[in-house]
Structures are given as structure tokens and as C-alpha cells.
Design a protein around this ligand. Sequence first.
Ligand code: PNW
Length: 446
Amino acid sequence: PRAEPAALADAFPPDFLWGVATSAAQIEGAAFEDGKGASIWDHFCRQPGRIKDGSNIDVACDHYHRFRDDVALMQQLGLDCYRFSLSWPRVQPDGQGAWNEAGFAFYDRLLDALLEAGLQPHATLYHWDLPQALDEQLGGWLSRDVVGHFADYAAEVARRFGDRLASIATHNEPWCTATLGYETAQFAPGHTSRAESLQVAHHLMLSHGDAVAAMRAVTRTPLGIVLNHTPAFPATPTEADRRAARIDDGLNVRWYMDPILRGCYPADAWQHVGADAPQVAAGDLDRIRQPLDFLGLNFYTRSLVGADGQPVTGPGARGFTDMGWEIVPEVLTQHLVRLAREYNPPPLYITENGMANADRLVDGRVPDAERTAYLASHLQAVAAARNLGADVRGYFYWSLLDNFEWNSGYAKRFGLVHVDYATQERRLKDSALWYADMIRRHRQRR
Ligand code: PNW
């Protein structure tokens, strides 16, 4: 298909779903209101030097108080669905024990507003905001005990909200939680050990499997998980770089896909990590591999891997986002087709895709042509993958709003909607109008 809205609208079947995504820690604010417990990100933001602009998430986009405005914006855009996450410490301040009814009441109000507006709610249970109490009392995801607490939390959410949710994903991007949180220290809780990172990854996957099993007992809503894939390419065509890229693929893509969908770890990467490999108890891999109703894929860019482990910028790069991430939509097509062929996965959703851009307000408009081009080219890429056999059922742009971009603070803007943090004023960017136009044309074909 061509990149114009009409051609793209024609390239997707009538039941294809259009959405946007957010996460609790990045937009809600109200970090200590109505009984919410601290999360590891509330804590991390208070450690000097962790967040580039020194900011925190006490207020963020103030979505906790402005969710009705944000739902109205989504309705205005004509979206089908909204992907959001629940803050675990908002509904269970210590991550175990007492539930916080005021916290559940917020999500109850949000679900009512979404359903009233005709938007399907798609929930994620864990988008990185672990209750700080679990970190302090048990050592966070390093502790196998957190697995059971997560399954209890999942079952409680499913029991209360399952009927009104269009889907529930257990984890968002376990690779990020494990690697960026426990190996590179870019994310909370800021540790620097590969052995820890791999043990955490194992506990995350075990908690996914146990949560799915626990939720099946109380809800019939579709269940799945969201993974982030950054396909690795050799920096140069040497044998050494090719091997390095294959190991990177083993640690980012197959380390999660293989246990979750096949019940085994990838042998080459397992051998590569040597003594850093995780403790795996008998029966763990059977618990991890649960039948799933969908797989969410978050795609932003590729990585170029050299044998020295240093990422490099390759020839042929066509452009970079404000994160410094290379724009490579054809890699999305190629990767989706690979997943379909190698794994025979459940129905796929693009649960995140988007770009940070140096957006500016100009005479009341935000002329973000770069984002519109990114969006159009990645939708073309999804359509192409569908034509080659990948069963992709929907697309969620990351993100609805400019928001807290983790260790980058508020400096990076991913939103379809511009946020003026001084006033909390929201303004649709040009890309939002483009997306709405494409969706409207697609709907006319339904
Ligand atoms: C995802 N990487 O994070 C998250 O799900 C979002 O919360 C986030 O805002 C968005 O992408 C944009 O960054 C990622 O280093 C962070 O490969 C880092 C990586 C991938 C995804």
C-alpha cells in the first residue's frame, strides 16, 4: 500500500483495531494520593542522577485527575481501543496483603468512562512500577516469593475487572525490566549484574505463567504478554559480528519467546551466559508455557551489533528519532514474518510503536511531519507483514500523550497529543489528525 490515509485504510481488514497506549507510572501522577503506595520508580526518581532532567512522577500528566479529558481526546480521534496499565502499588500498597479500595475505584471510573465512550480497554498488569515495599522487604524481582504475590494481584484484578476488559497482558517488556533494571542500571531499581538480570527474567516469566493460570480460573477475557523486540543485525558482515548478533537475538528475542511459547531456553544463548544463567527449578518451564490468546509486540528500531559488544551506526541508516533510534520500518515486516514462521504464535498485536520527536508549538499547531511519516511507514510495514502471513489484528501507537520517558524524564516527546507541563494543556499534534483521518476512512469501509 501507499502511505496516504486512503490507501492505508484499504490495506487493513474491517475488523483491524486502532488504538493508542500509555502506562500508569508515565501519566497518572497522584503518586501518593488516595492511599497509593510508593513504587520503585517513585523511589528511583528521588535518587540523584538517575533521571536526566532531575524530574519525578509525582504529577506527570495528572491523568489521575484528567482521565475524562484524555478519554474524550481518544473518542475524538475515533479510536477503537486503549492500552493502559494498572499501578500495582495503587491497588495494593505493599504488593501483598491489604487491597486499596480507593485505588481500585480509580480504575473502575476509568473503565466506565472508556466503555461509555465506546473504547475497548486493554489492561497491562505490570509496566515496571513494582511496589517499593516488595523491593525493600524481599529484594524485588530477585525474590522468587514475588512470583506468588504477582499471581495474587493478577487474579484480584481479573476477578474485579475481567468482565469489562477486552484483554489482560501480564507483563510489559520483561527484557526491559530485567536488563535495564538489573544489568545496565538505566531503570529502577538500578542494579548492575547480568546474573541478577537473568534471574529476574526467569522470575518475571514464571510470574507471567502463574498469573495466566490464576486468571483463567476467574475470567474468560483474552490473556497474553507484551514483549519488546529490537532485531539485531551484524554491524559488519564478518563471522564474529554475525555471531554477536545471533547472541543478541538469543538474549532479547528468544530468551523470552522460547520459554513462553515453547517451554525451553535457547541453547546457544544459555551456553553464552555461562555462570550467569538463572536457577531454574523442576517444573518451572511447564509453568511458564501457558496457552495464550494473544502476543503483544512492541517495536521501535533495530540494533547493530559488533563483536566488541558496542552498538554502532550502520551504513544505510535513513534517519533517527529524538531518542537516537534508527527508523527501519522494513525490519518490522521482516520480523513479524519471522515470528509467524518460527513460532506459530497466537494472534499478534502491535502493542507499541512510535517515535520521540523534537515537537514545538507553532501558532497553536504542532507540525510533526516526522511522526506522521513514521506512523505511515510502520502501518505500511504491518500491512505488508499481514500479506506475508503474519496474523496481526491491531495496532497501538505509543503514546497517546507526551509523558514521562523513564530515565529521560520529560525531555522526550512520544505523544500524538502535546502536553504543556506548566498548564497540563493538551493539544492534538498534526500526526494525531492524520491518524484520526486514516481511522475514519478505514471505518467507512466497515
Ligand atoms: C518502551 N530499549 O520502552 C516502553 O514500554 C514504554 O514505556 C516507553 O515509553 C517506550 O517504549 C519508549 O521508550 C522501551 O532500550 C525502552 O530497547 C527501552 C527500550 C525498548 C523499549
